[in-house]
Design a protein. Structure first.
Length: 296
């Protein structure tokens, strides 16, 4: 679909008016729920906070587009081009991104829970603190990707290429990395509780110590043997599924601190009541003794 054809479709949807302009298209906040935009040319368009939920964007070109905070839940982006797109904080829950090109895209803090990214191309994409809970990343190309503090709990990463990826402090609870390639990846402080790494490929990993990067090599199957039984923090108490790990942890801390304050207040009240009862008991005992002496 050409730029002119795409504009005509947008006019028909009431998203824009008049003739096509050569300048960057401003579609910020546009309501395009369920819109049929298959193969549309939306390169470098401003779609910040636009509603594209359930939209049909198969094969669409969104290269360089700004989709910050956009709603793309359950959208069909199969085979779409999103190279260098800005998707910070976007909601892509349950979206179809199979075979999509997301190379160099900024998906930091985006919600990709339950999304299908089978065979997606994410070379050097930024997924810092992204939520990929139960996402399907099988056969995805994730070389050089930043997944620092990302939530990959229960994600399907079978045969995914994570060469040189950064997984620092990532949540990999019950993630399936069967036959995935982790060579050169950094997994410092990652939560690997219950992860599956059967037949994983890993010639070496990178560890950061004292500000320096240290390369640790492995013989064939050595990585699998070493890390299969690793258990760190508990899944339920530390990182609830479906949320951002650090955010949920902070909320839990605040919740328990508030509860502790309430309990301390209750304990203080009980202690005061206990002291009052003791004093009353002492006074009654003295009164009884005084009454007994008077009767004598």
């Amino acid at each position: 679909m050409t730029k002119e054809d795409t504009w005509a479709v947008l006019v028909g949807l009431g998203a824009v008016e008049g003739k096509s302009i050569n300048a960057r298209w401003d579609l910020s906040g546009a309501y395009l729920h369920g819109a049929r935009l298959t193969g549309a040319d939306l390169t470098e368009a401003d779609l910040t906070e636009a509603d594209l939920s359930l939209a049909h964007l198969t094969g669409a070109d969104l290269s360089g587009a700004d989709l910050t905070g956009a709603d793309l839940t359950e959208a069909d982006l199969h085979g779409a081009y999103l190279h260098g797109a800005h998707l910070t904080g976007a909601d892509l829950g349950e979206a179809d991104l199979g075979e999509a090109d997301l190379s160099g895209a900024d998906l930091s803090k985006a919600d990709l829970s339950g999304a299908d990214l089978t065979e997606a191309y994410l070379h050097e994409a930024n997924l810092h603190e992204a939520n990929l809970h139960e996402a399907n990343l099988s056969f995805a190309y994730l070389a050089g990707v930043s997944l620092t503090r990302a939530n990959l709990s229960r994600a399907n990463l079978q045969e995914a290429d994570l060469t040189d990826a950064t997984l620092t402090a990532a949540v990999l609870i019950k993630a399936d990395l069967t036959r995935a390639n982790l060579s050169g990846a950094c997994i410092d402080n990652a939560n690997m509780s219950g992860w599956v790494i059967k037949d994983v490929i890993c010639s070496h990993i990178i560890e950061a110590k004292s500000g320096k990067q240290i390369k640790i090599g492995f013989e064939r199957l050595e990585f699998e043997k070493k890390y299969t039984r690793i258990r760190k923090t508990a899944e339920v108490s530390t990182y609830p599924p479906g949320g951002n790990s650090m955010t949920d942890l902070q909320r839990l801390i605040e919740k328990y601190e508030k509860r502790m304050e309430e309990l301390e207040a209750q304990i203080g009240a009980l202690r005061h009541r206990h002291d009052v009862l003791l004093e009353a008991s002492r006074l009654l005992e003295e009164e009884a003794q005084t009454s007994g002496v008077s009767n004598e």
